[in-house]
Write a protein that binds this ligand. Structure first.
Ligand SMILES: *[C@@H]1O[C@H](CO)[C@@H](O)[C@H](O)[C@H]1NC(C)=O
Ligand SMILES: *[C@@H]1O[C@H](CO)[C@@H](O)[C@H](O)[C@H]1NC(C)=O
Ligand SMILES: *[C@@H]1O[C@H](CO)[C@@H](O)[C@H](O)[C@H]1NC(C)=O
Ligand SMILES: *[C@@H]1O[C@H](CO)[C@@H](O)[C@H](O)[C@H]1NC(C)=O
Ligand SMILES: *[C@@H]1O[C@H](CO)[C@@H](O)[C@H](O)[C@H]1NC(C)=O
Length: 413
C-alpha cells in the first residue's frame, strides 16, 4: 500500500539527507564549483541568496539560523557587506526612536544603528531614528496606536505584526477572532487558526510554498492548517521529523512502514499512510478521470480542491456552475454558495473565519458574511461599527454603531 502511494505535491523530491532540506527544492542552478558566482545579486534578492545557509556553509562561515534572536538585547544585527549573501553578521548597538543616526559608514563598521523597526530618516539637517510612515505595516501600527490614544479602539482594528524592517510579518491576528498568514506585503497566504492558538503559529510552511511557487516548484513540504510545517514529512521512500526552528531533520529518515516510530508521529493527526482527506479524494478522482485531470467529470464526482495541508480548500465545486464555501473536511459551511460568474470575487474568507471561530468556541463576535461567504462591508462589534477589508479587518475609523457609515456596497469584493 505504501509503496504504491501516489506522488503528491509534497512528495517525491530528490532527497539527499545529508544536505539542508530546502536545497533540494532548488532547481539545478546551484553549482558546487562556483557558488560565489551564482550568488551575485541579479536585481535584488537572488534565488540562491535566499538560501544563505547553504552558501555560508560552502564558504565555511558560521551559519546563523536565527538572525532575529542572534544579537543580545539593545543590539541589532549588521550584515557585513564584505561577505556575499549576508553571510557574516555582527551585532552593533541599537539606537532608540528619536536618536541621531548616521548613514555614512562607508569606510568602517557602524558603531550603532537604528533599533528594530526604525529607519534613519532626514529631518532637514540631521538624521534621526524614526518609524517610517511610508511602510504600510508601520503606518497601520501608528493608526492603531492613535485610535487607542483617542479611545476609539474598536475590536476590528488589526494591530499588525511588522518585521524588523517594517514589512508585514507572516502571522497577522485579528483580536478575538482568527490569525492568518500573509506575505511581506500583507497579502493573504494559506493558513488560518483561532486567535487563541496564535502563539503556536509561525506560517513557515506558507512562506516555504510562496517561495516554491515563485520558483515554479510543485514539490515541497506538507503544511498544517495553521500554515506551520508539519513536523512529520514523508515521501514514498522516507519519513522524517523536521524541526522548523532548527531548520533541520531531527529524526529519520525511516522507511514509511516505520513512520509510527518517529517521535513526531501524532496518532490524533497523522494517518498511517500520511494521506489526508482531500488527498485521498483527489487520488480517487484522478483514478476515475485518468485521461484529463483538469476537466470537470460528468456524472462521477467533482474535482476536489486541496490545500497545502492535504485537507479541503475553502472553495469547492458543488453542482454544475456552482461553488460552496467548505470546511477543511469538504463540508459546506452554513449555506454559503455562489455561481461561477461570481467566482473571481469570492474568497470564502468570512465563511472560513466564522467556522474556525465556532470550532474554537469563540461564538460571541462572529463576523457577518454575505451569502457568498465574503465579509459584509460593515461590521458591528459591541459599541462600534466599521468598514472592513477582504480579511475582515477594519479600514478607516470606527463609528458608534448608532451612526451612519458608508462602506461602499454591502459585501467586500
Ligand atoms: C498612512 O495612513 C494614513 C491613515 O492613517 C493614510 O491617510 C495615509 O495615506 C497612509 N500613508 C501611506 C504612505 O500609506
Ligand atoms: C526544535 O529545535 C529547538 C531548538 O533546538 C528545540 O528547542 C525544540 O524543542 C525542537 N522542537 C521539537 C518539536 O523537537
Ligand atoms: C497531537 O495533535 C493534537 C491535535 O492536533 C494536539 O492537541 C496534541 O498536543 C498533539 N500531541 C503531541 C504529542 O504533539
Ligand atoms: C490512508 O488511510 C486512510 C485512513 O487511515 C484511508 O481512508 C485512506 O483510504 C488510505 N489511503 C490510501 C491511499 O491507502
Ligand atoms: C481552490 O481554493 C482556493 C482557496 O480557497 C481558491 O483560491 C481557488 O480558486 C480554488 N480553486 C478552484 C479550482 O476552485
Amino acid at each position: 500500500m505504501l509503496i504504491t502511494m501516489k506522488r503528491t505535491r509534497w512528495c517525491g523530491w530528490r532527497l539527499s539527507f545529508t544536505a539542508f532540506v530546502v536545497v533540494n527544492f532548488l532547481p539545478g542552478g546551484y553549482s558546487d564549483s562556483d557558488p560565489i558566482e551564482n550568488c551575485k545579486p541579479k536585481g535584488g534578492e537572488t534565488i540562491l541568496c535566499n538560501d544563505r545557509t547553504e552558501i555560508c556553509r560552502k564558504l565555511n562561515l558560521a551559519v546563523i539560523y536565527d538572525v532575529e534572536n542572534y544579537c543580545s538585547k539593545g543590539e541589532v544585527p549588521y550584515f557585513n557587506p564584505a561577505f556575499i549573501c549576508n553571510c557574516d553578521v555582527i551585532c552593533v548597538g541599537a539606537l532608540e526612536e528619536g536618536a541621531e543616526c548616521s548613514m555614512n559608514f562607508a569606510n568602517d563598521y557602524p558603531k550603532d544603528l537604528c533599533g528594530n523597526g526604525l529607519d534613519c530618516i532626514s529631518n532637514g539637517r540631521t538624521y534621526t531614528c524614526q518609524r517610517n510612515h511610508m511602510k504600510p505595516c508601520v503606518n497601520r501600527t501608528i493608526a492603531y496606536e492613535n485610535a487607542a490614544a483617542d479611545g476609539m479602539l474598536s475590536p476590528g482594528l488589526l494591530l499588525p505584526a511588522c518585521s524588523d524592517i517594517g514589512k508585514y510579518g507572516p502571522v497577522q491576528c485579528s483580536t478575538s477572532s482568527t490569525c492568518y498568514c500573509t506575505d511581506t506585503d500583507g497579502n493573504r497566504l494559506f493558513g488560518e487558526a483561532a486567535y487563541t492558538e496564535k502563539d503556536a503559529m509561525d506560517c513557515q510552511c506558507s512562506l516555504h510554498w510562496q517561495r516554491n511557487d515563485k520558483l515554479g516548484l510543485t514539490e515541497g513540504m506538507r503544511c498544517l492548517s495553521n500554515g506551520n510545517l508539519d513536523s512529520l514529512q514523508c515521501n514514498e521512500d522516507f519519513c522524517f521529523c523536521y524541526n522548523s526552528t532548527k531548520k533541520a531533520i531531527d529524526q529519520g529518515p525511516y522507511h514509511p512502514t516505520m513512520m509510527k516510530l518517529l517521535d513526531c508521529y501524532n496518532e490524533s493527526y497523522h494517518s498511517p499512510n500520511y494521506t489526508n482527506p482531500c488527498t485521498v479524494a483527489e487520488q480517487l478522482y484522478l483514478q476515475q478521470n485518468p485521461e484529463d485531470a483538469d476537466s470537470i467529470a460528468i456524472g462521477i464526482s467533482l474535482k476536489p480542491n486541496c490545500s497545502l495541508d492535504g485537507f479541503f480548500a475553502a472553495i469547492q465545486s458543488h453542482e454544475e456552475n456552482d461553488f460552496i464555501c467548505a470546511d477543511s473536511n469538504g463540508k459546506q459551511i452554513e449555506n454559503f454558495q455562489f455561481s461561477v460568474a461570481e467566482k473571481p470575487k469570492m474568497t470564502c474568507n468570512c465563511a472560513r473565519r466564522r467556522h474556525v471561530m465556532r470550532q474554537a468556541g469563540l461564538d460571541a463576535f462572529l463576523p457577518e458574511c454575505c451569502p457568498n461567504g465574503n465579509f459584509k462591508s460593515r461590521q458591528t462589534r459591541g459599541l462600534y461599527s466599521f468598514c472592513v477589508d477582504g480579511n475582515g479587518d477594519q479600514v478607516g475609523e470606527a463609528k458608534y454603531a448608532t451612526e451612519d457609515i458608508d462602506c461602499g456596497g454591502d459585501c467586500v469584493e
